[in-house]
Design a protein around this ligand. Structure first.
Ligand code: CO
Length: 134
């Protein structure tokens, strides 16, 4: 069921500053910023040879990552994203194993235009997990 690591997501207080720093200091390959109003975030993706890093900045009033920055104003790691072949099958398997899905349990379209789900961090030993169908 579990596929590749798609990305690791980092909350940053200033997306423009953070992506510019990745570009200048690390010579990273960065994407254009993309606003995802459904998710309350603006994202920039950094491409690495084996995976991606997603930089996240809050977007709008009810951004789910605004609280994160209140607690950790410098930013930090937010979630990791695993690939799955079939997101509904993965969801049902997880639910039958006692895992909780955040939101209404239905996949939403994520930053790559593909269906994603988030799993409750309490069920995954403190880490927020995103699943993306590829
Ligand atoms: Co993500």
């Amino acid at each position: 069921m579990l596929g590749k690591l798609n990305h690791v997501a980092l909350v940053v207080p200033n997306l423009e500053k953070a992506s510019q720093y990745y570009l200048d200091a690390l010579g990273a390959e960065i994407s254009e910023a993309l606003e995802l109003p459904d998710h309350g975030v603006t994202t920039v993706f950094i491409s690495l040879p084996n995976t991606k890093i997603e930089l996240l900045e809050p977007l709008g009033e009810d951004s789910p990552i605004a609280k994160y920055l209140e607690k950790s104003p410098d930013g930090g790691m937010h979630h990791i994203c695993y690939e799955v072949d079939d997101i509904l099958q993965a969801r049902d398997h997880l639910v039958s194993n006692g895992a909780r899905i955040l939101g209404d349990s239905n996949p939403k379209i994520g930053a790559h235009g593909k269906p994603v789900l988030f799993l409750h961090p309490k069920d995954f030993f403190g880490t927020l997990i995103e699943l993306e169908e590829v």
